[in-house]
Design a protein around this ligand. Sequence first.
Ligand SMILES: [Cu+2]
Length: 316
Amino acid sequence: MSGKETSRNRLARNLGATLLAIGTCIGSAHAATVHVSMTAREVEVPIDNEGNKKLAWTFDGHVPGPLVRATEGDTIVFTLKNDPANKNSHSVDFHAARTDVLSSFGPIKPGETKNFSFTADHPGIFFYHCGSDPMIQHIARGMYGAIIIDPKDPNAMPKADREYVLIEAEMFDNPEDVQAMMAGNWHRIAHNGIPFRYDPVHDVHATQTLEAKPGERVRIYLVNAGPNNFSGFHPIAGIWDKVYPSGNPQNALSGMQNYTVAPGDAATFDIISPVEGANALVNHSLRSALSGAIAILMFSKTADPTMGRGDKILPR
Ligand SMILES: [Cu+2]
């Protein structure tokens, strides 16, 4: 009798442990720890398609900074180093994080390093930037980037055939002139650091377009770095099949001609072309478009298979 109870208890205990293990496994099946490290660097970067350079403040020496990607539920462990050769304090502010602003986002001096971590609780496309004073200048000089948090449910959104990140940002001829930034007196608009970067129509020195095949679902992640300008994002000769404000699959809008992305905001835009030809992706505030915020998306049956995939999601 007691022997039977013992074995029944053991069975129950084992079953309980198994169920607990399965539960833990389901709860963390895709959760990972993602280590991200960046170095603030004050270096010269290209400012146009001709290759002219100017001193910028950057994450890892590029404008924009690295594209960060993780999955909903992941823990992101972030390390920021401020290059000892720099002259200024720098910091990072991840819009994908819920944390303490002072300890996580506070500035560090040249030569210092800091760490913080957060869980990626919300899927979507989020802005990150330096928040050191004056923040308007740290962003205008190039300290910005994008982080994609993929939904943990792979079927939460239609599968994209190609993906492109476009970070729109104002450029100022004199990056020392904080008063011009405060007054909104920008001179050009960049996509991924350079005006007309993907538009050989308006700049003969541009060497790339965004590419896809007719019928493919192309997913554009538009991040508006600002610091001040709004972006009304429209695909000339197309319609956004879906728009997801902040990139969250629960925010789906359909059949949109234009959707406004505020400074510091981002959204996911899906487009499908039934025909070969070009769409021009513009900020339809036309001073912005004609100052650099036009990207050509070419639909052709012979589209470069590497574009919009791997390291060509943010083509440099
Ligand atoms: Cu900075």
